[in-house]
Write a protein that binds this ligand. Structure first.
Ligand code: UT7
Length: 324
């Protein structure tokens, strides 16, 4: 008998305000056509004034709890993947606990930028496998609109706000790759690439929260190879190959990265969940958002084999293989 962390519920939340590409044409030297063809993005959601990352996270969590048919009393832990917390501390996870009315268990944040959800999922799985928790709420939630330099056309047209959440529960498996739940993970980071994607402020350096800076093209050239490689390693650890994959659920940064990675993995685009056109890059929220939207659209079904893969600031990148 093997313990497996199985997804029992999924949910998401997107702020009401939608900004279409054309809106940027009014204030920046850019076009809808450039944004669409270079990134695949058509629109993104932007949080309202006063609406924080924990607000988005709570809404996504409520949807995931409802989907699982569970209440907060059923949860042992909350992990939030975010790089845009409400405050420097305490963690967004403790705010989510409080706002949901969760009086027991524990919560903490994971910061691995766009790869944050993959890292959080892997941590939640470790808590379950080690017996620390039986049910873990894992959230990716971001308000990247708050760290945009709105005069920088090379970054501000690419990002959006949102949140997605899943509930993992300990379940018995037989140890084979036919089990439902998380089957394997592969995590990586390499600090030599800091300059490619970072925020130019912080508590112990400038005392400000700073703005996002990115060298898009060099990062693009790193992304496809590293994503295909981490997905390959995770599949290999699970004793599976590309032919076994029902859905790639990738980090949604750029349609050309998504297509390039799928091609390198040998998986056709009709087996890839794509939301980048509607959400833009929501960093750690993009994979749980795509899981929730893909499930709601009837793409992801029970028993399907999923590969999630993501890369972001650090660089940090990784992949989780799971059976839905
Ligand atoms: O989520 C974390 C991971 N993030 C990523 O993986 C993002 C990776 N990078 C990318 O997605 C792409 O590199 C971008 C979408 C950011 C840019 O696409 P690109 O094909 O790499 O374009 P580029 O950076 O080489 O820029 C091409 C041109 C430049 O002009 P010149 O130097 O050729 O005259 C830019 O100044 O496009 C210009 N440009 C724009 N033009 C119109 C940059 N931003 C814009 C814009 N509108 N918004």
């Amino acid at each position: 008998m093997t313990i497996r962390s199985v997804i029992r519920g999924v949910g998401h939340y997107l702020p009401e305000r939608i900004v279409e590409n054309a809106e940027f044409e009014e204030s920046l030297d850019t076009t809808d056509e450039w944004i669409r063809t270079r990134s695949g993005i058509e629109r993104r959601h932007i949080a309202a004034e006063g609406q924080t990352t924990s607000d988005l996270a709570v809404n996504a969590s409520a949807a995931a709890l409802k989907d699982a048919g569970m209440s907060v009393d059923d949860l042992d832990a909350v992990i939030v993947a975010t790089s845009t917390p409400d405050l420097t501390f305490p963690s967004v996870a403790t705010m989510v606990q409080h706002k949901l009315g969760m009086k027991r268990g524990f919560g903490f944040d994971v910061q691995a930028v766009c790869a944050g959800f993959v890292f959080a999922l892997t941590n939640a799985n470790a808590l379950i496998l080690s017996g620390q928790a039986k049910r873990v709420l894992v959230i990716g939630a971001e308000t990247f609109s708050r760290i945009m330099d709105w005069s920088d056309r090379s970054t501000c047209v690419l990002f959006g706000d949102g949140a997605g959440a899943v509930i993992l529960e300990a379940s018995d498996g037989d140890g084979s790759s036919d089990d439902r739940g998380i089957l394997s993970a592969d995590l990586n980071s390499d600090g030599q690439y800091l300059d490619m994607l970072y925020v130019d402020g912080g508590v112990s350096s400038t005392g400000t929260s700073g703005k996002l800076r990115m060298q898009g093209n060099p990062l693009f050239r790193q992304a496809v190879g590293k994503l295909a490689s981490t997905a390959h390693h995770a599949l290999e650890k699970a004793g599976l190959g590309a032919d076994d994959v029902d859905w790639i659920v990738p980090h949604q940064a750029n349609i050309r990265i998504i297509q390039g990675t799928a091609k390198k993995m040998g998986v056709s685009m009709d087996r890839v969940v794509v939301t980048v056109q509607d959400h833009g890059n929501t960093s750690a929220a993009s994979i749980p958002l795509a899981l929730s939207v893909g499930r709601d659209k009837g793409q992801i079904k029970p028993g399907d084999l999923l590969v999630t893969e993501a890369i972001g600031g650090g660089l940090a990148w990784g992949s989780v293989v799971l059976r839905w």
